[in-house]
Design a protein around this ligand. Structure first.
Ligand SMILES: Nc1ncnc2c1ncn2[C@@H]1O[C@H](COP(=O)(O)OP(=O)(O)O)[C@@H](O)[C@H]1O
Ligand SMILES: [Mg+2]
Length: 666
């Protein structure tokens, strides 16, 4: 690693020095037979040394010029799978060149080169004339060593950053941030997603990228790739591995859907436009692949999203039915399902909330509904009217009968049953379009995936969403009662929007998750921020700690979520006033997941926290995330659908087993 000027110096000195030495030697000792030869050897040795070291000039120049600023740039930390090949090829070529040169010198020496050289008039000039073109070539060949030196330097910086021995505190932070961004950009590149590094938005995906759900063997389907540090030192490689349970493959490379439906309990938060819906679609497709029935309630209710999801499900060999209203609905919800108590609960939910003055009246409605269902639960609005008109057939108990026929309104002469039924049917009429006594239920969805888009701005749809959540709990209770542990997954996107005013979404979420665990069914609730879940901090904390995994992407105040991953001891630095030097420090607990990283996360980048561990991952796009990202695998016609799927369903390829991500060597 002798710098070139010094080398040349050395050569010059060797020659100059040798010349004077020769003169001195001749003068002083007269031993002239041996010295010219010795001088020639020294000269040749010096030149060969110069040749060997010359290729290092450019790499070290580059290193010297870049180490100050490059490590704070994200591109510095991005590694490419072909990088090691470039490094090895460069080193090999330079080694070959040097070997060839040394070989030439050896050959030259064998042919009596030294003797010839000593006899020359000016050995130095002669040797130099032969050597300089080679020297030039070797200096130029140094370009080939730049990747190797670059890599070594990068490792060294990474190690220092890891040990936090970078004296400049600001620089340390900048490098860490650059490293994390590079990690995500590397993952994005691996899966063929284009992310704008500056605006952090997804700009598209490559046609040959991988899409979710991506089969990774063992019947598992990947939803995302785990972001791993691009430069990992030996210490990190041999350190004890920690891994998020259920959601990550054993090799810690992919995020997957948990194999057991009961383990699939998840809270997902991220800002609009960061890829929540796409991720949920991937989850649904993966669930279909592993034979789970899915109910997807989407409180954003974009019809296009629903159609895209149906198409995606069909592509993976499942049947999908979009629940809606009106004539062209593929399926409608069966509101009248479950026991008499379940039906009563739903119908009572539609009555105005109790406010003290209406207490008597509500009790009357409830009593009428109970009596009318003593023989069998109600099955439709018509059924209710029919029973009210045929009391003799439906009511056997004399007291009940008397209660129903009692005149409760002296002005209109209305009986109790007339007043209650009129009130119930009035609230039910607006659901006529949305419900169907033959429609889908949680117990019998009728398709692999039922998609239920709702727009809560509309009062009817808001009430419908509220009823669905009520029904969900009744369904879980029924599952527990009949000891049904069949795999099922319920997903609610924009969950907080569905919860009616006066109820706390966090409270509902907590109770749902607790029941889900024992019912062996999966539940995923998604929202934009954890604040949206509840205004009450202890309630929020309860929901976050309910045992469900917590996944989150970019958002503005992620502190609550970051706290879930815990803290680590870090040196809190106190620096010189100029901010350039670390003077003293004390160990402090800081978040393992930095809130600022979450605020600045790019689209499609998520964190998952579960079981005391956390991981960062990049969600795979799915075929509907980007029209151009259609997988190129073998074509397989979609299975005949039990329920109609949209006519637009293309006979697109099913799966892309043959595409694997580029090897993740760093
Ligand atoms: N993992 C992903 N890979 C590629 N593109 C994605 C990914 N996630 C989202 N996108 C793109 O970003 C857009 C917005 O995503 P979306 O899931 O609708 O966001 P959100 O539901 O959070 O509002 C999608 O239409 C898609 O084009
Ligand atoms: Mg969305």
């Amino acid at each position: 690693m002798v710098p070139v000027p010094a080398m040349l110096d050395g050569v010059n000195k060797a020659s100059g020095g040798a010349m004077t030495t020769t003169a001195n030697d001749v003068d002083q000792t007269g031993d002239s037979g041996d010295d010219p030869f010795f001088f020639a050897v020294k000269l040749v040795f010096g030149l060969v040394l110069g040749l060997v070291c010359a290729p290092l000039i450019i790499p070290f120049l580059v290193r010297g010029l870049t180490t100050m600023w490059a490590p704070t740039k994200r591109w510095y930390w991005i590694t490419y799978p072909w990088w090691w090949a470039v490094v090895s090829a460069g080193v090999a070529l330079v080694a070959l060149l040097l070997a060839a040169e040394v070989w030439q010198v050896v050959e030259w020496a064998r042919a009596g080169g030294y003797t010839t050289l000593t006899q020359a008039a000016s050995p130095v000039a002669e040797a130099w004339a032969t050597v300089w073109p080679w020297l030039l070539l070797n200096v130029a060949a140094g370009v080939l060593l730049v990747p190797a030196v670059w890599s070594l330097q990068r490792r060294k910086v990474a190690e220092r950053v890891r040990k936090r021995t970078i004296p400049d505190v600001v620089r340390q932070e900048r490098i860490e941030s650059a490293q994390k961004q590079a990690t995500d950009l590397s993952s994005a590149r691996k899966i063929g997603v284009k992310v704008d590094a500056v605006t952090k938005t997804i700009t598209g995906s490559a046609t040959n990228g991988i899409t979710a759900p991506h089969p990774v063997g063992n019947g598992q389907y990947a939803l995302g790739v785990i972001n791993r540090e691009t430069i990992r030192g030996m210490a990190q490689r041999i350190a004890d591995q920690s891994r998020v349970p259920d959601w990550v493959t054993t090799d810690n490379r992919y995020l997957i859907l948990p194999e057991k439906a009961g383990s699939c309990r998840l809270l997902l938060f991220s800002e609009a436009g960061t890829g929540k819906t796409v991720l949920l679609m991937s989850i649904i497709a993966a669930a279909v692949r592993s034979g789970q029935k899915v109910i997807f309630i989407d409180a954003k209710g974009v019809p296009r999203d629903a159609r895209e999801l149906a198409r995606l499900v069909a592509q993976f060999g499942g049947t999908a039915a979009i629940s809606g209203s009106g004539e062209d609905a593929q399926t409608r919800w069966n509101l009248f399902h479950g026991s008499a108590a379940d039906v009563t609960a739903k119908l009572m939910r539609l009555q105005p909330p109790p406010d003290g003055s209406n207490q008597y009246y509500l009790e009357e409605v409830e009593a009428v509904l109970e009596v009318l269902q003593t023989k069998a639960p109600l099955r439709s609005r018509k059924d209710l009217l029919e029973r009210a008109n045929n009391l003799d057939e439906w009511v056997t108990d004399r007291d009940d009968y008397r209660m129903l026929r009692e005149v409760v309104d002296s002005r209109t002469k209305k009986t109790a049953v007339e007043r209650a039924v009129a009130s119930v049917t009035k609230t039910l009429r607006r659901f006529d379009d949305w419900t169907d006594p033959e429609g889908w239920t949680f117990d019998d969805p009728g398709a692999d995936v039922v998609i239920c888009p709702l727009i809560p701005v509309d009062a009817t749809q808001a009430a419908l969403g509220d009823l669905l959540l009520l029904e969900l709990r009744a369904y879980l209770k029924r599952r527990l009662e009949r000891e049904d542990y069949s795999p099922a997954l319920v997903i609610v996107d924009e969950f907080p929007q569905l919860v009616t005013p006066g109820n706390d979404p966090a409270d509902l979420a907590t109770r749902l998750f607790e029941t889900m665990r024992s019912a062996g069914a999966g539940l995923i609730l998604a929202g934009q921020s954890v604040e949206g879940l509840s205004v009450d901090a202890p309630m929020r904390a309860r929901a976050l700690n309910s045992g469900a995994a917590v996944m989150f992407g970019r958002q503005k105040s992620p502190e609550d979520l970051c706290a879930l991953a815990g803290t680590e001891l870090r040196l809190e630095a106190s620096g010189a006033a100029t901010g350039e030097e670390l003077r003293s420090g004390r160990a402090q607990h800081t978040y393992r997941i930095k809130p600022q990283d979450v605020r600045e996360a790019s689209g499609g980048q998520f964190w998952i926290v579960q079981g005391g561990h956390h991981a960062t991952f990049r969600a795979l796009p799915n075929a509907s995330a980007e029209a151009t990202a259609t997988p190129t695998g073998r074509a397989e016609p979609p299975e005949p659908a039990a329920l109609p799927v949209p006519a637009t369903t293309p006979e697109t390829p099913t799966e892309n087993d043959d595409i694997t991500p580029e090897e993740q060597t760093a």
